[in-house]
Design a protein around this ligand. Structure first.
Ligand code: LLP
Length: 419
């Protein structure tokens, strides 16, 4: 799955950088990202959408490092944000406000105000109540908010229940059946300007079929909305394309988009502007997390390999029982191969990174947790008062420190002692 990761003379490299050198220089745990891998992932979408009016809006939540946002901004990307905080990050990284879209079910008035003042491209409105509030806030500012309505198409993305979003029982979007009425209402509100329609059905989707189903349902709605005399320019099909963590075989971004555009053309919507909100598929397989083996604790039932990265640094295994491959930075260890549970120092049994992995390890060895570019650092915490790891971006033979290792005092900076 990792395009830029390879062994050379038994040492693991990301692009031109020997990862053990980076671990030495910056310490562990350490996140390392490949600029080339991110560019390759973006290029697949650009190929797939070639010749169309389109805007790729990177879903900031997947990895919101300023330098990563800056890289995407330089490639012409827009951004899908879900908070005022993400808006501030995108602007700090040089993102173009006109290419920002704002998703999320709980936008506050203050966030709406902030986004209108910045001049973002579109609000993806997720409820009828939000529509009314956004109208009011826009009128207070003497402006009109560009909107699309997020439809819940009620299709099964066939993914983990925690990351499936397009089913009736999910909190996201407006029910398919309510959509037309909601557009009619929006068209009456003077503080709103309808520009599109939106859906996002889930994450880590590994088949094309749910996307085609969602597109069909959205196009049915577009036809009905147009027939009601309401013009819509763009269709936003969200993000959600999966990556290979283990043995998944998701479609390539360009192949997926060829199939979707063929369907769009067949239904007479070939001229529409297309927006997409990919997150994981742009960064997931561009990043690794380096960690050092602290102790080996063989036991009767389980052998534990205790490493210096933990659930606070990399929460996906704990949260979703997610699989991340784990490989040595130096292949060809003389230690015996054994089955290990790779666990962190945090005081919870749920603090594991990998289970039942066959590895030859000794204390002091360095390991890489793969596919760690998306929803890993971004979901990290400082639980157990553990400082957030440093982050490095590799670009050819250059390695840039893009996040310093956090200082413990940073963690409690906002706390106050009693008088
Ligand atoms: N657009 C919207 C409205 C979203 O809610 C999301 C992700 C995306 C785009 C980007 O989806 P992607 O292309 O990354 O699949 N923490 C979970 C994933 C949560 C996804 C949330 N929404 C995980 O680690 O698997």
């Amino acid at each position: 799955g990792h395009p830029q990761l390879h062994y050379r003379a038994n040492d693991l490299y990301l692009e031109g950088a020997r990862l053990s050198d980076l671990a030495q220089r910056f310490g562990t745990p350490l996140y390392v990202y490949s600029q080339a891998a991110m560019q390759q992932a973006l290029a697949a979408y650009q190929r797939g959408l070639q010749g169309r009016r389109s805007q790729i809006c990177y879903a900031v939540k997947a990895n919101s490092s300023l330098a990563i946002l800056q890289g995407f901004a330089r490639q012409g990307c827009g951004f899908d944000i879900v908070s005022g905080g993400e808006l501030q990050r995108v602007l700090a990284a040089g993102g173009d406000p006109a290419k920002i879209i704002f998703s999320g079910v709980g936008k506050t008035r203050a966030e709406m105000h902030q986004a209108l003042a910045a001049g973002i491209g579109c609000f993806n409105v997720e409820s009828e109540a939000e529509l009314e509030v956004l109208n009011t806030v826009a009128l207070e500012l003497g402006t009109r908010a560009p909107i699309s309505i997020r439809v819940n198409p009620n299709v099964d993305a066939k993914t983990h229940p925690y990351i499936s979003t397009g089913l009736k029982g999910n909190k996201f979007g407006i029910a398919h059946e309510r959509t037309l009425d909601t557009y009619r209402r929006a068209a009456q509100l003077p503080g709103l300007k309808i520009i599109g329609i939106d859906c996002h059905i889930g994450s880590q989707i590994t088949e094309a079929a749910p996307y085609l189903d969602a597109l069909d349902r959205v196009l049915d709605l577009v036809d009905a909305i147009q027939a009601a005399g309401i013009a819509i320019d763009h269709i936003d099909l969200g993000g959600g394309l999966g990556i290979m963590y283990d043995d998944e075989t998701p479609p390539a971004a360009d192949a997926l988009w060829q199939a979707l555009l063929t369907r769009l053309d067949a239904r007479g919507h070939g001229q529409r502007k297309i927006l997409i909100e990919p997150g994981r598929s742009l960064v997931g397989n561009a990043g690794v997390c380096l960690t050092e083996v602290l102790y080996l604790k063989p036991g009767e039932q389980k052998n534990f390999c205790i490493v210096d990265a933990a659930m606070n640094d990399l929460p996906r295994p704990m949260m979703y029982e997610a699989y991340h491959a784990i490989v040595p930075l130096h292949a060809g260890s003389s230690a015996q191969q054994q089955t290990w549970d790779i666990v962190g120092p945090v005081c919870e049994s749920g603090d594991w990174i990998g289970r039942d992995r066959t590895l030859a390890v000794t204390p002091g060895d360095l390991l890489a947790v793969l596919s760690a570019g998306a929803y890993c650092s971004a979901m990290g915490s400082t639980y157990n008062t553990r400082a957030r790891p440093a982050e490095v971006l590799v670009d050819g033979d250059q390695a840039h420190l893009i996040r310093e290792r956090e200082d413990i005092a940073d963690i409690y900076r906002c706390e106050r002692l009693l008088p």
